[in-house]
Design a protein. Sequence first.
Length: 302
Amino acid sequence: MSTRADVLIAADDLPAALAAGAQLLDVRWRLGERAGSGFERYLQGHLPDARFLDLEGVLTGPTTDPTLGRHPLPDIDQLGAGLGALGVDPARPIVVYDEPGSFAAGRAWWVLRWAGLDARVLDGGVAAWVAAGNLLETEEPPAAHGIPLALTAGHLPTLDADGVAAFDGTLIDVRAPERYRGEVEPIDASAGHIPGAVNRPVGGYWAADGTLPDEEKLRGLLALPLSTSPEEGAELPSLSTSPEEGAERPSRRVAVYCGSGVSAAQVVLALASLGVDAALYPPSWSGWSADPSRPVAVGTQE
């Protein structure tokens, strides 16, 4: 079972982690922005010795099959080659960061963990580093001459479309409410949501400074009671404590999706900080809606 410290690191704790061998990857990216914009911001100022990790080029696979979504998972060899080219050492921990309002570090954390690497997110990203009184640099580190990493996939749970259709736990749709309800769909093939899904918009999963909210706030956003037993039938999984084991455990399975599998990782991260291991549906709504055989729900079902 994970804890907040397992998935996040505070800016004040980062220097010690770097001194102990952690590696930094800057993964700034925003949906819809011009290609290369994140790298341009990296060159304008990044954490010392951080290398730029391209979300579209390394953390996303080919978009040849619409049912796999707009940001399909990368082929594991592609991922290993991309990380190897950056000189990533698989034996050392990795810290990824972005900027407030971005989903990129959550996606990077998820993909790296899915591939069996030890990764955490810098809580608050580059803004938190600067707010703590630290400096940025503009020079890129010397070119790395690493070799492709031999990685294995599947270290975090996923669902495919058939798995989602048969899922008997709590399915969370993290898109904006109007997209969930089917009132508007600016990107994908049809409007609405996967039948049975509940809506927990991802926009709430940052504090004003870009950090992850505290545990009580997260549980409120997720409708996770602070103390509820499984038999009380909470809509989302309660965290109950076993007297015999002395540890919290989820009473229902949870899966998460978004528009294309990027922002959903932020909510998987939030759940992981609470000790809940949620599955990701990587194709998300873009993949589901691309298959005309899949049912679509509209309106509010909560």
